[in-house]
Design a binder for this molecule. Structure first.
Ligand SMILES: [Zn+2]
Length: 289
């Protein structure tokens, strides 16, 4: 039996409802409601993400390095924010992904296809894209034409890679996904340097019993891996904690504080990294009991 125009339209409405009715549905619609005016965090480090998903840019002096690529469906907003920050999106030479989930790689295909941007992702998540693509949660995107991609570089434990004037030390911090990465590097305002620490995924959504059983992790290895990862990087010296979701670093309040207190910078806080990781460890221990 042929689908009529009317029944195809009905089918389309039903697909919309299906996306909206998921617990995460609110994150895939009305992207513009999460717009944040982009701003300079410190020196050559800038914020171009939204109120939920972080996107950071480092001006390396030889091209822009971007951390994460926004939520699926948020490409246009990200491009607008990059322009508004005073940069040209075509100058984004590299994208480093915190991990392989659909709320972080929204604009990857656009940058890859439009500008030839090189994509970096933790090796275990590169592998997962081929072997278990459903773990990327791309099926939750409101646009069923969103697709996975081949990363150009699979990041391994201990890699040290240079992007323009910025050299980054990488560690793998499995837990939230197997391919979550942590990065450590310097940013500068021209007079002094500050060391950035980036942790690629804190969410407990992928540690839930039901989720782990579904993916076949019946002994809940992911929870133990997460704990080991926190302990592995906890004592790194970090002057500036960079999150991949805004609530990791209380980004919106800090931004507001900067606007109201010119000359002060709450992002420079030598304790924030340790405090947040310790807090996560505490929550995780309760979870493990
Ligand atoms: Zn995630």
């Amino acid at each position: 039996m042929c689908m009529s125009i009317k029944s195809e339209y009905q089918d389309y409405l039903e697909r919309q409802e299906k996306i909206k009715s998921k617990s995460t549905g609110k994150f895939w619609i009305n992207q513009e409601s999460r717009y944040v005016k982009p701003f300079q965090i410190y020196g050559n480090l800038y914020y171009v993400g939204d109120s939920w998903v972080c996107v950071h840019i480092v001006d390396t002096g030889d091209g822009l390095l971007m951390f994460d690529a926004g939520n699926c469906g948020a490409q246009a907003m990200l491009i607008q924010s990059i322009w508004e920050m005073g940069f040209n999106p075509a100058d984004v030479k590299w994208i480093i992904l915190s991990h392989g989930h659909a709320d972080h790689f929204g604009a990857v295909n656009f940058f890859k296809n439009m500008f030839g941007t090189k994509i970096y992702m933790g090796e275990p998540d590169v592998k997962a894209f081929h072997e278990r693509p459903e773990l990327a949660l791309v099926q939750e995107s409101g646009n069923c034409m969103d697709t996975l991609f081949d990363a150009d570089v699979a990041i391994k434990e201990g890699d040290v890679l240079t992007f323009g004037n910025t050299t980054i030390e990488f560690l793998l911090v499995p837990g939230h996904t197997k391919g979550c990465i942590a990065c450590f590097f310097d940013v500068t305002n021209g007079r002094e340097k500050k060391r950035v620490g980036y942790y690629g995924g804190f969410g407990f959504n992928t540690l839930q019993t039901d989720y782990l059983k579904q993916i076949g992790d019946t002994t809940f290895e992911a929870r133990k891996e997460y704990l080991n990862s926190l302990e592995k990087v906890r004592n790194q010296k970090v002057d500036l904690f960079m999150g991949n979701h805004t609530d990791n670093v209380d980004l919106l309040n800090k931004r507001q504080y900067m606007l109201e207190h010119p000359g002060e910078n709450p992002f420079l806080d030598g304790e924030a990294w340790k405090k947040y990781l310790d807090g996560k460890k505490k929550q995780l221990m309760e979870f493990l009991l």
